[in-house]
Design a protein around this ligand. Structure first.
Ligand code: LMR
Length: 396
């Protein structure tokens, strides 16, 4: 029976890593999977994480199961990081939340919860969106539609078209929004645009579903959750999937948070049982380790400060690399204007070149990035930037 299943093509993002590893070109450059890298191309363990690991090792005295919702200190710390200390939804006890196996795990169980609420609803995702959003959410059987988001000609958000489309969203439909550092385009909503989204959500009564995987990589840990806090301040219901892969560098530990703001504490209590039952039916409970590290960091004054400094340093470095790339391209061909890359936020930029040109970058120069033209800015370095710029100029 098992032979009925065909072999699938490589994952559009993760498949690039395997192809990159096999490439023997000494000049090869990996701008594919969204992983932070330093000047030497390494993804180091953050200092705050290394210290938390020692503390955990010294203090953990059992490997028995943790509670179904995960590490409570992690959940509390994350909710405070996302919403701010003493947020009214916390005081009013309106938030149900569980630790999840990564942002992916959070997206999946929240989608299952939406399905339980109403199997007929539609989830609206931006065009384009992260390549795994549609498989993750779609695997629940929920309907998915796209709203216009990115204008490749102008290399920015096509906000008027986005809003025009969302006008037609039905009451109770779900709109997936990237809280910050839009993946794949790096093009974020401005504060004014978040206010307009809030007004539309109030008018049309759709449910905002925020995916926050890069908090701190855009403008800062506080600034990057402006949209989330605005919606949480003013709407009865918001759902959030957050990831600690990037800003804590805990990729392989799979640490994320699934949170649901309900209209009141009674709704919250029911949601908490539902989300735990969903997790129990898929993976029972989250792994403890990564959540325990984040708990230690967020709840220690000293480690939290150290971690915030490390997030600032990663963000600043990526901003510098954006400028470096834009300047190098201009140096090599003054007619090419890539300065929109400086306006984009976070780990990714959309270079707005064609899939054929992306594939030529791969085949002729061993520079790997996603067919959509998404590059991982953190993969650029002072050593490879000339080579990348020369290849781009040649391909264009
Ligand atoms: C990415 O977008 O490259 C990362 O989030 C890794 C992944 O799982 O796709």
């Amino acid at each position: 029976m098992l032979e009925v299943l065909p072999q699938l093509p490589a994952d559009p993002i993760l498949g690039l890593s395997a192809a990159f590893k096999q490439d023997t070109n000494p000049k090869k450059v990996d701008l594919g999977v969204g992983v932070y890298k330093d000047e030497q191309g390494r993804t180091p363990i953050l200092n705050a994480v290394a210290k938390a690991q020692k503390i955990l090792l010294a203090n953990e005295d059992s490997k028995t199961y943790i509670s179904p919702q995960g590490v409570q200190g992690f959940i509390d710390g994350m909710l405070e990081l996302l919403l701010g200390k003493g947020h009214k939804t916390l005081i009013e006890q309106r938030i149900a939340a569980v630790q999840a196996p990564g942002g992916c795990g959070a997206l999946r169980i929240l989608s299952e919860l939406l399905k339980r609420c109403n199997g007929d609803l539609t989830v609206w995702v931006s065009d384009p969106t992260w390549a795994n959003h549609i498989p993750l959410i779609g695997s629940t059987g929920l309907k998915i539609e796209t709203y216009p988001y990115f204008d490749r000609e102008k290399a920015g958000v096509k906000f008027d078209e986005m809003m025009e489309c969302l006008q037609h969203v039905k009451k109770g439909d779900v709109v997936l929004l990237h809280g910050c550092c839009h993946n794949p385009t790096g093009a974020d909503l401005s504060r004014e645009q978040w206010h307009a989204v809030l007004e539309l959500a109030q008018k049309k009564e759709f449910l905002p579903f925020l995916d926050i995987a890069y908090q701190g990589f855009g403008d800062g840990v506080e600034d990057d959750v402006y949209g989330l806090r605005l919606l949480a301040d003013n709407l009865p219901e918001v759902i959030v999937a957050a990831s600690c892969s990037k800003n804590f560098g805990l990729y392989r530990e799979r640490v994320g948070l699934a949170a649901m703001i309900g209209a009141n504490s009674k709704v919250r209590d029911a949601l908490q049982t539902q989300i735990q039952a969903i997790a129990r039916g898929i993976y029972s409970m989250p792994p403890s380790y990564g959540g325990a590290l984040v708990d230690i960091i967020l709840n220690s004054q000293e480690l939290r400060q150290e971690w915030l400094g490390e997030v600032d340093a990663m963000r600043d470095r990526m901003k510098t690399l954006r400028r470096l790339l834009v300047n190098k391209i201009r140096e090599k061909d003054a007619s090419l204007d890539f300065k929109f890359v400086n306006q984009q936020k976070g780990m990714f930029s959309y270079l707005c070149i064609s899939p054929e040109q992306v594939r030529k970058m791969r085949s002729d120069y061993a520079i790997y990035f996603v067919d959509s033209s998404r590059v991982n800015i953190a993969g650029i370095s002072h050593q490879n930037v000339d080579y990348i710029a020369e290849a781009l100029v040649a391909v264009l």
